[in-house]
Write a protein that binds this ligand. Structure first.
Ligand SMILES: *[C@@H]1O[C@H](CO)[C@@H](O)[C@H](O)[C@H]1NC(C)=O
Ligand SMILES: *[C@@H]1O[C@H](CO)[C@@H](O)[C@H](O)[C@H]1NC(C)=O
Ligand SMILES: *[C@@H]1O[C@H](CO)[C@@H](O)[C@H](O)[C@H]1NC(C)=O
Ligand SMILES: *[C@@H]1O[C@H](CO)[C@@H](O)[C@H](O)[C@H]1NC(C)=O
Length: 328
C-alpha cells in the first residue's frame, strides 16, 4: 500500500524532527521501562490496541505526560486513577468500556478529551474543572441528561460531540457559557423538547446537528447563532415549525442551510413562507416532495415525507409550493 508507506515515512520524519522535546514510546521490548517514566523525556504515551483492562498506574508514568493514547483497549476498571497527571493535555480513551469520567486529572489541563464509544452514563467529577478543554467527544455513550453545572466552567469548548447517547433532558443552562462553541452535535438522541433559551449563549456556533431526535417543535434560534452554517433537524417529529423560528433561521446572513427532511410537516404551517415575497421556492422534483426555500443567503431544505408519493400531504405541499412559485 504505497499511500500508507508515504504516511508512515512522513510520520517518522515528523517524530524524528520533534525528538528534542518529545519522544514517542516505541512498540518494542523496552517499552515497559520507557512507559513507566524511566525516560523523563517521554511526554507522549501511545498504548492503543494493547488489550488493557484497566487504566495504567499514574504513579508509574512520567508526571509531565502531555499526551496519553489509550483508545481501543478493553478498559473498564478505573481503580488506578490518572488524577496526578496534571500536565495532561490530550487524553484519548475512545473505544473502551468506561462507565464514568471520575478518573480524570485534577487539577485538569486537558485540551482534548476523546471518550467516545464507551458506556459512560455518569459525567460527574473532574470534567467540570477542565477549563482549557476545546474538544470533548462523547459520541456513542449512555448519557441521558445534561445539567446546568457540568459545562459551566469549560468556556473554551469549541467542539462538543454528544451524538448517539440517550439524552432525554438538557437543562436550560447546559450551554450557557459556551461562547466559543462552533460545533454542537446532539443527533441520534431521544430529545422531545428543548428548553427555551437553550442556545442563547452560543455566539460562535457554526454547526448544530439535532437530526434523529423526537423534537416536535423547531427551536427559536434568535438570540444566538449569527455565524450558523448548518442547522440539521432532519428525522424529527416537527409538524408545525413556528413562523418565528423559521424566520429567525432564515434571517441569518451567514448562508445557513437548514435541514427539515423527514418531518411530518403540514403544508398549512408553511403558508406564511409561501406568501412571503422575498422567499424563493424551488420544488426539487428529483427528491419528490422536497423543496427548498431561499431568502437572501439562507436555504431551508424541507421534505414532507420520507418516500416518494406517500400521503396526501405531499401533494398538497408540492401544489402549494408550485402555486406560490408561479404567483411570484
Ligand atoms: C474484556 O474484558 C472482559 C473482562 O473484564 C473479558 O470478559 C472480555 O473478554 C474482554 N474482551 C476483549 C475483547 O478482550
Ligand atoms: C501504583 O503504583 C504504586 C507505586 O508502585 C503502588 O504503591 C500502588 O499500589 C499502585 N496502584 C495500583 C492501583 O496498582
Ligand atoms: C482517538 O483515537 C482513535 C483511535 O486511534 C482515533 O480514531 C481518534 O481520531 C482519536 N481521537 C482524537 C480526538 O484524536
Ligand atoms: C468522535 O468520536 C466518533 C466515534 O468514535 C468518531 O467517529 C469521530 O471521528 C470523533 N471525532 C473527533 C473530532 O474526535
Amino acid at each position: 500500500m504505497p499511500c500508507f508507506s508515504c504516511i508512515t515515512v512522513a510520520y517518522l520524519l515528523c517524530v524524528a524532527s520533534s525528538k528534542s522535546h518529545a519522544e514517542k514510546v516505541p512498540r518494542g521490548e523496552d517499552r515497559q521501562n520507557i512507559m513507566f517514566g524511566l525516560n523523563a523525556n517521554v511526554i507522549e504515551i501511545d498504548m492503543r490496541f494493547e488489550g488493557l483492562t484497566q487504566l495504567p498506574n499514574a504513579s508509574l508514568l512520567n508526571p509531565r505526560t502531555k499526551v496519553l493514547l489509550l483508545a481501543a483497549n478493553n478498559i473498564s476498571s478505573t481503580t488506578s486513577e490518572l488524577r496526578t497527571l496534571a500536565s495532561l493535555e490530550v487524553l484519548n480513551v475512545s473505544r473502551n468500556r468506561l462507565r464514568s469520567l471520575r478518573f480524570l486529572p485534577e487539577p485538569c489541563s486537558l485540551r482534548v478529551l476523546d471518550a467516545s464509544e464507551n458506556v459512560i452514563a455518569d459525567l460527574t467529577g473532574p470534567l467540570q474543572t477542565c477549563t482549557e478543554l476545546e474538544l470533548l467527544n462523547l459520541t456513542r455513550n449512555e448519557v441521558s441528561s445534561l445539567d446546568g453545572e457540568l459545562l459551566a466552567r469549560t468556556a473554551s469548548l469549541k467542539s462538543l460531540y454528544l451524538s448517539y447517547n440517550k439524552l432525554r433532558s438538557v437543562s436550560r443552562d447546559a450551554f450557557a457559557t459556551l461562547s466559543q462553541l462552533e460545533d454542537l452535535y446532539l443527533n441520534g438522541n431521544e430529545l422531545r423538547e428543548l428548553p427555551d433559551g437553550l442556545f442563547r449563549g452560543l455566539h460562535a456556533l457554526k454547526r448544530l446537528w439535532m437530526n434523529g431526535n423526537r423534537l416536535s417543535a423547531l427551536p427559536l434560534l434568535d438570540a444566538c447563532c449569527a455565524h450558523l452554517k448548518w442547522a440539521l433537524f432532519n428525522n424529527n417529529a416537527i409538524a408545525t415549525p413556528s413562523a418565528a423560528a423559521l424566520r429567525a433561521l432564515m434571517a441569518s446572513d451567514a448562508g445557513v442551510n437548514v435541514g427539515l427532511y423527514n418531518n411530518p410537516i403540514r403544508p398549512a404551517a408553511l403558508r406564511w413562507v409561501l406568501a412571503a415575497r422575498d422567499v424563493e421556492r424551488v420544488v426539487d422534483e428529483a427528491n419528490c416532495a422536497c423543496g427548498r426555500l431561499r431568502r437572501a443567503s439562507a436555504t431551508v431544505y424541507i421534505c414532507v415525507a420520507t418516500a416518494c408519493g406517500v400521503g396526501a400531504d405531499v401533494d398538497d405541499w408540492v401544489v402549494a409550493v408550485r402555486e406560490a412559485a408561479a404567483a411570484v
